[in-house]
Design a protein around this ligand. Structure first.
Ligand code: GUN
Ligand code: FE
Length: 441
């Protein structure tokens, strides 16, 4: 077995640090190394003893860059690669005017395959090694999504959107067809290589009660799968949901009624919540997902991270491209920092980098596979350069601590700060001149 030893400055997390004095929560090595064999991490530690131990290994020297677990994006829309940056609307008009028409194109296999190739290039170039995506209503889009993930050996989560009303004809399924198609896709893809399936009713507005009933059946028949939907993103959305489900106590009550709430459920946005909804989130351990760039772009509102955390709820964080405006989890943290500032909440950079790595892995229940540099986990690693641009380098001259360096990455960083990305031990970052990633058969 050819082993690889990545040398660099290493940052890894045990828990979410409050700040740099919370030294139990993170490990930092100035001259560290990660030993990779067979696509997995065999060991992480100081460079000198590891290089003595693994004398056969090829050494790749990434100093002075930082090595961290690859980033995890817990909410993104694959069929919205050509929707990102669509002007003027808030949620419901944005869906009707831009998003739904674009998603109809994913019925066509060649289009879905072409977009999947771009989508994965964008993710890895921005340092994201795992994402949880909504595909379109068409099985073709799910096939393209998982086929491309398999080609790249990426740990990806996703599913066919279930939607049977309030959208154009070309985007509608039926309760029965959505059940049958999801079932077939689960059978084909869940647990195939590194793939996981997410049962995906889009949101209450685009599903009839009959369809949510079918979604509930899928959830109880497939407890191994994730579940994802949207919750309380926008006031008009909440009002329309109340009209469509007049018997529900509130928005979350709709999903609760159909048995969708489990610890494996991800609820995009979760911004405008009632006390009862927060209680239900706490008791079911369903996971709210903070989508900062999207919430600003659509004017949706301010996510209450501290309030939900104080109730023992685990919040994930995500881009939500194409309402989100960047594939970069660094830019997501940048906007997240500002949203929390508006509420007098602080996002410490150590906590921020924990969030997009181990924190999101924990929200997914996948910490034993991704999100850390622990032995036995998959070798998904990002190499970060805080001197990537002249502006960053000049600012870095005045940085005196790891936390300051991380904060510069958090605020000023993007794909240019990602020097390399390893997916299951294989380098996947495209070169600066846009050349293709290493050729894939
Ligand atoms: N709610 C239902 N569908 C969507 C979507 O595609 N994007 C966002 N941001 N919210 C949604
Ligand atoms: Fe979304």
């Amino acid at each position: 077995v050819q082993r690889t030893l990545l040398r660099g400055r290493i940052l890894d997390f045990n828990a979410a640090p409050r700040d740099e004095n919370d030294t139990e929560a993170y490990n930092y090595l100035e001259d560290g190394a990660i030993l990779i064999s067979n696509g997995q991490i065999e060991a992480t530690g100081e460079f000198a003893p590891l290089s003595a131990y693994a004398q056969d290994a090829e050494v790749i020297d990434h100093r002075p860059n930082l090595l961290m677990p690859g980033f995890i994006d817990t909410h993104i829309h694959f069929p919205q690669v050509q929707v990102i940056a669509s002007w003027g609307d808030q949620l419901l008009d944005w869906l009707n005017n831009y998003t739904f028409p674009e998603e109809t194109r994913f019925a066509e296999q060649a289009h879905a395959e072409n977009m999947a190739s771009h989508f994965y290039d964008f993710l890895t170039n921005h340092g994201t090694t795992t994402a949880v995506a909504y595909c379109s209503v068409h099985s073709t889009s799910v096939e393209a999504y998982f086929e491309e993930a398999a080609r790249r050996n990426m740990c990806m989560i996703g599913g066919k959107v279930m939607m049977d009303r309030n959208a154009p004809d070309g985007l509608l399924d039926t309760p029965q067809s959505s059940y049958d198609d999801s079932k077939a896709l689960i059978k084909k893809w869940h647990g195939q290589g590194r793939a996981h399936y997410a049962i995906t009713p889009r949101f209450a507005i685009t599903s009839t009660p009959e369809q949510l009933e079918m979604a509930g059946a899928l959830v109880s028949e497939h407890p191994e799968c994730f579940v994802q939907t949207h919750l309380s993103e926008n006031h008009d959305e909440i009002a329309f949901t109340a009209e469509l489900y007049p018997d529900a106590p509130d928005y979350l009550g709709v999903y609760e009624h159909y048995g969708l709430l489990t610890p494996k459920m991800l609820l995009g946005h979760s911004i405008h919540l009632t006390e009862r909804e927060i209680d239900v989130l706490a008791s079911t351990q369903a996971k709210p997902v903070f989508c900062p760039t999207s919430n600003l772009f659509l004017g949706s509102g301010l996510f209450d991270d501290a309030g939900l955390s104080a109730r023992g709820i685990t919040n994930a964080i995500a881009t939500d491209v194409g309402a989100g405006t960047s594939y970069s989890m660094l830019q997501t943290l940048n906007e997240g920092y500002k949203i929390l500032q508006l509420q007098n909440q602080k996002l410490h950079p150590l906590r921020a980098f924990h969030w997009i790595t181990r924190g999101n892995a924990a929200a997914l229940g996948l910490e034993d596979k991704i999100g850390t540099l622990a032995p036995g986990t998959d070798a998904d690693i990002v190499v970060l350069n805080a001197n990537a641009t002249p502006e960053m380098a000049l600012r870095m001259e005045r940085a005196e601590s790891l936390s300051e360096e991380l904060f510069i990455l958090q605020i000023l960083g993007d794909d240019r700060s990602v020097d390399a990305v390893y997916v299951a031990g294989r380098e996947m970052k495209q070169t600066a001149n846009g050349a293709a990633a290493p050729s894939l058969q």
